[in-house]
Design a protein around this ligand. Structure first.
Ligand code: ZN
Ligand code: ZN
Ligand code: ZN
Length: 360
């Protein structure tokens, strides 16, 4: 499967990457930024970086555990009892040394067409422009960008402006029944389960066997967990990255082990962003990439890393950041674009962690 580092999320793909518009849709999106007010989105391309083929089993080993996500208290009846380890022994990833603070999440309203009358994002944008006047509503729209399935993503200036715009669109007599506005969906939480032993059968059989055993051992509801991809583990074992229902995630967030038959498996929250293996930007996967040529993860060249002859590594994402942000901290570029130490990757991880869904 061609999933990126952290699975798929159509809405959030725009949100993680500061360059959502240019990353996902290419340069043609500039014109979208003129919707209503014409203020272009300002952030630079950034995003997480890939540290190896996340959809395969050959990715590099995962770094020691990151901080466990703190969750609000859970009612006892919701708690899934799991074997506990001494929390002090839980390995943690080194603290980020990045100079970059997580960016504020942009206030966004997603608008989607409800029927086949609208065939493109542009048509929907035109319709909104006909019927919605942000100025009269006292709202400031910064950009209107294409979204999946002929939808649009309207970015407003402040969080307080999103709900009124959403309500106005949904209550508008000319738009009601034609399109629907909503807040962006939160990405599904993910966990990385360490050192899953080798299982018999093909990939599908392995996953069914693993999930069946995990579900029955922990009383997880059917369908609440799915496998996204695997990484190399210790010896023949593999680390499995799973997508987890938010309620289940909430229930297991107080522990770091899951029952698995007569044993248990250690896990941690997985909050790494997806990274395109083709252009190396964050926020989308290779199958959605609009870049014509494969770009090198080791240097700034337009070639595969496999044919790279550069002696020293240069991170193209940090290089682009420095070029586009003349003021503020300069980022070191002497690492690959898939380095786990890349400051843009670390920032994206932190942003992902902050955007984990909350329940209850
Ligand atoms: Zn790409
Ligand atoms: Zn190269
Ligand atoms: Zn970098």
């Amino acid at each position: 499967m061609s999933i990126g580092r952290a699975g798929s999320c159509t809405d959030s793909a725009f949100l993680f990457s500061g360059s959502g518009c240019s990353t996902v849709f290419g340069g043609s999106l500039r014109s979208w930024c003129s919707f209503f007010c014409g203020i272009a989105c300002a952030e630079t391309p950034s995003g997480p970086e890939k540290r190896g083929p996340s959809s395969s089993t050959a990715a590099p080993a995962v770094a020691p555990l990151r901080v466990a996500v703190t969750a609000p208290p859970v009612l006892d009846q919701h708690r899934i009892p799991a074997p506990q380890q001494n929390p002090g022994l839980v390995p943690e990833r080194p603290k980020s040394t990045t100079l970059l603070k997580p960016r504020q999440e942009s206030p966004i309203v997603i608008v989607s067409p409800l029927d086949d009358a609208l065939n493109s994002s542009q048509e929907l944008k035109n319709l909104l422009e006909t019927h919605i006047s942000p100025r009269h509503l006292g709202l400031k729209v910064l950009a209107c960008l294409p979204a999946a399935e002929s939808g649009v993503m309207v970015r407003v200036q402040t969080a307080a402006m999103a709900a009124p715009l959403e309500e106005h669109i949904n209550a508008h007599p000319e738009l009601n029944g034609v399109c629907r506005a909503r807040a962006p969906r939160r990405p599904q939480p993910k966990i990385l389960v360490y050192d899953v032993p080798h299982l018999e059968g093909d990939r599908e059989e392995q996953e069914n066997s693993f999930l069946g055993k995990l579900g029955s051992s922990n009383s997880f509801p059917a369908g609440s967990i799915s496998v996204l991809f695997r990484r190399k583990g210790r010896g023949p074992a593999q680390h499995w990255v799973l997508s987890v229902d938010p309620v289940v995630y909430h229930c297991i967030s107080g522990t770091n082990r899951l029952h698995w038959g007569l044993g248990s498996l250690r896990f941690r929250t997985f909050s790494e962003p997806i990274q395109c293996f083709r252009c190396l930007k964050f926020g989308h996967v290779q199958s959605r990439c609009r870049t014509q040529e494969e770009l090198c993860s080791r240097c700034l060249g337009n070639h595969s890393y496999k044919s790279c002859s550069a002696v020293a590594s240069t991170c193209r994402n940090c290089h682009a950041y420095n070029r586009q942000n003349r003021v503020g901290p300069r980022l070191k570029v002497n690492h690959t674009a898939v380095s786990r130490h890349c400051p843009l990757f670390l920032r994206a991880c932190e942003e992902m962690r902050l955007r984990l869904p909350t329940v209850l």
